[in-house]
Each structure stands twice: as C-alpha cells, then as structure tokens.
Design a protein around this ligand. Structure first.
Ligand code: BG6
Ligand code: MG
Length: 219
C-alpha cells in the first residue's frame, strides 16, 4: 500500500458550508421554471458543474431551453448564489476545517483543492485560507465534470504525486466516484448512508485528525 503524501479537498460542503447556498439558488431557479426538487434529489447536483446541474434540473422538469436562455439561467443562479456568499462570514467555514488544513500543513503533507466551482478562489480568499493550498484546481480549469476524475488527476499532476498516495475529501456522490475512478484514497464528509463508497466517512473534519486519516487508511 502506498504511503499517504498529501490531501486533495473538495470545497463546497467539505471546507465551507456553501452547499446549502447552491441548493437554495438552484431551488429558486427551478421554482421559477415550474420545477420542484427535493434535498434528496439535490444530492445528484452536488459536485456537478453549473452547466450540468442546470441540465439535470431541466431534465427533471422535461424542459428544453435555447442556448441563450440556458446561459441566462446559469447567470441568474450564480447571481443569487453570490448574494448568499457575499453575506457569509468566517463562521461558514465548516467546523474543524481550518484546523484540519493547518495540521495537515504542519505534517508537511501536500495540500490541493479539487473543486468544480468557478467561484472557488473567491471563497478561499474570503475565508483567508488560499495560501494553505499548493495547487488550486477549480471549475475554471477543468473541462469534465465529476464523476470524471479530471479535477483530481490535474491536482495530482500539479502536486507531482501519484493518485494512490493522495486522499480526496468529498461530500458528494459524484466526487467520491471521481476519486475512486482516478485511483485516489477517499474520505467522505457527510452521511454513511449516502457516501457508501468512500473508504472512511465522517460527518465533518472536526471528527477526525489528519494523523487518524493516515493511520486508518494504512491499516
Ligand atoms: C460544486 C458544487 O463544488 O461546484 C456544485 O458542489 C456546483 O453544487 C459546482 O454546481 C459549480 O459551482 P459554480 O460556483 O461554478 O457554479
Ligand atoms: Mg462538495
């Protein structure tokens, strides 16, 4: 078994409580289109790019939009999302997340971000944690949405490490699948009933330490 040398973190729902803002903004947009979807269905949107998320919602409602209307709706969702983000404070960092990142850095582990979001850098800056990341792979540099492993493979390449020596932390089904497809080790952040395919599942980064992750995965 390869030694763990670094961690790649998803952002929304792992480091910061923005998954709820994505849900609220998509839900509002869907209602505008006469479509309703539940929090359970929302699990399918987590980790998925803006474009693919809208496509899924339209498929649920069996609605087709022209490309210009599609672009307008994506922009509208993002405006609403950013309204929530602008009001958020440091307290939206999820419990234990910043401590976990700092402890990981102290252990000399490589640290990367692997997020589908085009707003990732803005959010890291707002939380004042950008310098903790040696590489930031976000929605502006990937072409394939999770569950494609591209975002994490680009992270591994930038860190110059093999996927099997990196642990991916993810709150989404699509993200855990992406990590597994890429050959990474996995920690699910959320509920065991949803993230069954992750090697370890905890409800948050306050429930485990970097050393415990490494020990449990090396066991
Ligand atoms: C992911 C979120 O991190 O980023 C998704 O889990 C979101 O809900 C995706 O759709 C894209 O984000 P953005 O900020 O580029 O619209
Ligand atoms: Mg996420």
């Amino acid at each position: 078994m390869a030694t763990i040398k670094g961690f790649i973190f998803d952002l929304d729902g792992v480091i910061v409580d923005t998954a709820k803002f994505h849900f609220k903004a998509w839900h509002r947009l869907a209602q505008d289109l006469g479509i309703d979807f539940s929090e359970e269905e929302n699990e399918q949107l987590k980790g998925v790019s803006r474009r693919e998320s809208l496509q899924k919602i339209l498929d649920w409602g069996q609605i087709k939009l022209s490309e210009s209307e599609f672009e307008k709706r994506m922009a509208q969702k993002n405006d609403w999302y950013l309204e929530f983000v602008r009001e958020m404070g440091q307290e939206e960092a999820l419990p234990g997340a910043k401590e976990f990142l700092r402890e990981s850095a102290q252990l000399d582990l490589a640290i990367g971000l692997g997020s589908a979001s085009k707003n990732a850098r803005l959010i890291l800056d707002l939380l004042e944690i950008t310098p903790l990341f040696q590489t930031i792979i976000d929605g502006t540099v990937v072409s394939q949405s999770k569950p494609d492993p591209e975002v994490f493979l680009k992270g591994a390449e930038a860190l110059q490490m093999e996927p099997k020596s990196l642990v991916v932390f993810e709150d989404s089904l699509a993200g855990i699948e992406a990590a597994r497809r890429g050959g990474f080790r996995t920690v699910g952040i959320g509920s065991k009933s949803i993230l069954q395919d992750a090697e370890i599942v905890v409800s948050g980064l306050d429930q485990i330490s970097p050393v415990e992750v490494i020990n449990q995965l090396n066991f």
